[in-house]
Design a protein. Structure first.
Length: 320
């Protein structure tokens, strides 16, 4: 019997091309720039926010309008504002919600800039790095925000403090969302650097400590790496014979290429100002020694300027 899977995220836009305007023969290239988030994840983010009657809630990232619909149905139109940088998304979401008799405020604005009001709860289905200071300005005293860190699968829940900052924790739960953007697309992928990294010898060549892994699928490892060395782009391939190749690329010109059979130590080429694979191996070594990585479950301290400090035991990291 065929099963229906409805609780999935669906990409709705790649670059400037939206699925509503796509034809049967269109095959867009580029990075997804919007999606309809899986319904269960939307509900889970709202659950972490601890929302109650009478609260004013800001939904960051309108998407299809699903999250705004849930909030408006539960709290009433006047208590809900949903924002997005994409004017097409806000227009269509407004129309969809009106068709079912819901009229929350849907506003087109850059989520990293000034926000249209004050709120008891801010819940984001986009990711940020660092936290926009405007969120703390718009958050009412003792208000709560729930968000994720860009390119890391960590959920931050924090309550506003008297000094205008916030304090909270990284949950053991996991989620990942597209990062905030100011324009119609993100920065281009590092294809040119990837071509060079795939073909040339490194300035440093030697064996890696641990087998090649697809970092993008290892969420705890990927999150710890993003907090430690942000902005690394990953490529991974495994051929039919089990030969794995991973690329690590950064806009500062650093790169690494590791190649090895599944389960074997790889040969690693590295170039540029930093040794990216060494950073990854140090994190994997820490994982083996400690039995876990400290990013999940860490304490969160957010300054009024949006700088995020994570801490757990003797470990500290700053996201600025």
């Amino acid at each position: 019997m065929r099963r229906a899977y409805s609780d999935i995220s669906l990409v709705t836009r790649v670059g400037p091309l939206h699925v509503d305007h796509a034809g049967p023969g269109d095959h867009p290239e580029g990075r997804p720039t919007s999606s309809s988030t899986l319904p269960g994840l939307v509900v889970n983010m709202f659950r972490h926010a601890d929302i109650h009657d009478g609260m004013a809630v800001l939904d960051v990232g309108v998407g299809s309008g699903y999250g705004a619909a849930l909030l408006a149905q539960r709290l009433g139109d006047d208590q809900v504002t949903s924002i997005d940088v994409d004017p097409y998304l806000t227009k269509v979401a407004t129309e969809r919600l009106a068709e079912i008799g819901l009229w929350p405020a849907i506003v087109t604005c850059d989520a990293t800039g000034p926000l249209p009001g004050e709120y008891d709860r801010i819940v984001a289905t986009v990711s940020v790095r660092p936290l926009p200071p405007s969120w703390l300005v718009a958050l009412r005293p003792e208000g709560r925000l729930v968000t994720t860190i860009a390119n890391a699968m960590v959920i931050v829940v924090a309550d506003k403090t008297e000094d205008g900052g916030a304090v909270g924790r990284v949950l053991w739960d996991r989620a990942g969302f597209m990062a905030t953007r100011a324009g119609v697309d993100y920065e281009p992928a590092l294809d040119g650097l990837a071509d060079r990294a795939s073909a040339q010898d490194g300035e440093q060549i030697g064996p890696g400590r641990y087998p090649v892994t697809d970092v993008r699928e290892a969420w705890e490892l990927a999150s710890m790496l993003e907090v430690t060395a942000p902005g690394i782009e990953h490529r991974f391939n495994e051929d039919r014979d089990g030969l794995r190749t991973a690329l690590m690329l950064h806009r500062d010109g650093s790169w690494a290429r590791a190649t090895g059979q599944r389960g074997d130590a790889p040969l690693v080429h590295q170039g540029g100002p930093r040794r990216l694979w060494d950073i990854l191996d140090e994190i994997r070594q820490q994982w083996l020694i400690e039995g876990s990585l400290p990013v999940y479950g860490s304490k969160v301290l957010i300054s009024p300027s949006g700088e995020i400090t994570l801490s757990r035991g003797r470990w500290r990291a700053t996201i600025a």
